[in-house]
Design a protein around this ligand. Structure first.
Ligand SMILES: Cc1ncc(COP(=O)(O)O)c(C=O)c1O
Length: 454
């Protein structure tokens, strides 16, 4: 038998339920608070922004939540996604470790993001919503919602962070191909955008500001709801189909992962691969494994942020959530992994980090691109800049195994391909990529402005 590289699940084995980690945690995370009253928010506070079904998922404590059949039908366009063994990378590294990766770049938009865009669009359409507004960094989420919204007849407007809008022009073309409108953020179409432009007409934008613009549009227009591509519980929930498939595929390999690695922007991709495995551990069905979240050193919310209540956006339109944060006014440098340029971390990821269930590491972009190029030259797939962080994390684990002479099994999520991010690779090859450090003074200032919560 030749060595096996790909592990494919039959369509009929695609999971039909999402996994909700809250059901298995020893303690629930702290609730989101109303910024005015300081009291936990209720469903009514969220109703202007989200459809009822999504709000119910946001606060659900059920362990398993059914995936509606029309959503499964769309998922079957690319799911189950493949699991690969990275034998050539293992050989190049000379490691005794086995490296597996779950590849989410096979989706129409090229990343894990449609796993939440499709159900979010479907639930909105079911409740009669006609328009959606959203933000996007690198454009993976915006294009995913454009794709999903188009399938269910919704008008989608995407606010794309200016620096990424300029760096990745073809993402906008992709969104337009699927029928959505894409505006650079800051834009002159919202109060939040106009205020930012008045302060600095050349402002490169941030995910926090783009969220403010998209939330403002939904809050002011009866016919528009808001969709978020990460951070919130329901988005993390939708991504758990990734880890559940990976559990079945790892069983096919005969190996069992010792370490599971994922990159973290708002945290949805990491939750997707990790939570179902953490659930096995919490329910006592499996011994302890290591879970490693990898973030950019230029925007290190998990490794350098404060665990505190903060706003999810720059203009303070969102509820206060308890998370690892660099401060909602913090603007990360304009590095190329635009999807990781967020000041906070999902409250649920922050909570499991505080419970000691996961570890976090931060790397600079040049080291990540170097890892991404090594991966492309061995395994063939050109990774998204965000996903190179997971590759870097997995390579570091494989090199540790080599030093320690341990034949561990490493699983990481390759969250997307980088076909529309080639300008970043070009900058790397031209020696133009720099490792930007965040401004310590700005971080201290942003943290000093954290809201006071009694
Ligand atoms: C390919 C890819 N991976 C990872 C991320 C990070 O987002 P999250 O932490 O929500 O998964 C993004 C965000 O845009 C992305 O495009």
């Amino acid at each position: 038998m030749p060595d096996r590289n790909r592990y494919l699940l039959e369509e009929s084995r695609m999971p039909r339920q999402w996994y909700n980690i809250v059901a298995d945690l020893p303690a629930p995370p702290a609730p989101p608070l109303h910024p005015g009253t300081g009291q936990p928010i209720g469903p009514d506070d969220l109703a202007p922004l989200f459809p009822k079904a999504i709000i119910a998922q946001e606060v659900s404590t059920e362990r398993w939540i059914d995936i509606p059949e029309p959503v499964c039908e769309v998922f079957r366009m690319w799911r189950p996604s493949p699991l690969f063994r990275a034998r050539r990378l293992e050989k190049l590294l000379g490691t005794p470790a086995k490296i597996y990766f779950k590849y989410e770049g096979v989706s129409p938009a090229g990343s894990h993001k449609p796993n939440s865009a499709v159900p979010q669009a479907w639930y909105n359409a079911q409740e009669g919503v006609k328009k959606l507004s959203t933000e996007t960094g690198a454009g993976q989420w915006g294009s995913s919602l454009a794709f999903a919204g188009g399938l269910f007849g919704l008008d989608v407007t995407v606010y794309q962070v200016r620096v990424s809008y300029d760096q990745k022009p073809y993402r906008r073309a992709m969104m337009e191909t699927w029928g959505a409108k894409c505006l650079p953020s800051p834009s002159d179409t919202t109060e939040a955008g106009r205020a930012a432009l008045a302060k600095n007409p050349d402002f490169m934008g941030s995910l926090g500001l783009a969220i403010s613009e998209a939330v403002e549009v939904a809050a002011k227009n009866e016919d528009t709801k808001y969709a978020l591509g990460s951070v919130l519980n329901h988005v993390l929930l939708h991504q758990t189909i990734v880890g559940q498939e990976a559990i079945l595929q790892m069983e096919m390999t005969g190996d069992d992962p010792d370490v599971i690695v994922g990159c973290t922007g708002g945290g949805s991709n990491f939750a997707g691969i990790a939570f179902p495995f953490i659930g096995q551990q919490l329910r006592g069905e499996h011994g302890k494994r290591r879970f490693v979240a990898v973030e950019p050193a230029a925007c290190p919310s998990l490794t350098r942020g404060k665990f505190a209540y903060d706003f999810g956006d720059t203009s303070h339109l969102t509820p206060l959530v308890n998370m690892h944060t660099l401060g909602s006014t913090f603007t990360p440098p304009g590095f190329h992994a635009g999807g990781l340029r967020y000041h906070g971390m999902a409250p649920m990821i922050s909570h499991v980090a505080e419970l000691g269930l996961i570890e976090a590491q931060a790397y600079h972009q040049k080291a990540c691109f170097e890892a991404g190029v090594m991966f492309a030259r061995t395994e063939g797939i050109v990774p998204a800049p965000e996903a190179t962080h997971a590759i870097k994390g997995a390579i570091e684990e494989a090199l540790r195994c080599k030093r320690e002479g341990k034949a561990e099994t490493i699983l990481f999520c390759l969250s997307g391909h980088g076909h529309l991010d080639m300008a970043a690779y070009q900058a790397y090859f031209d020696g133009k990529l720099i490792d930007q450090d965040y401004d310590e003074k700005e971080l201290a200032m942003a943290l000093s402005l954290l809201p006071q919560v009694a």
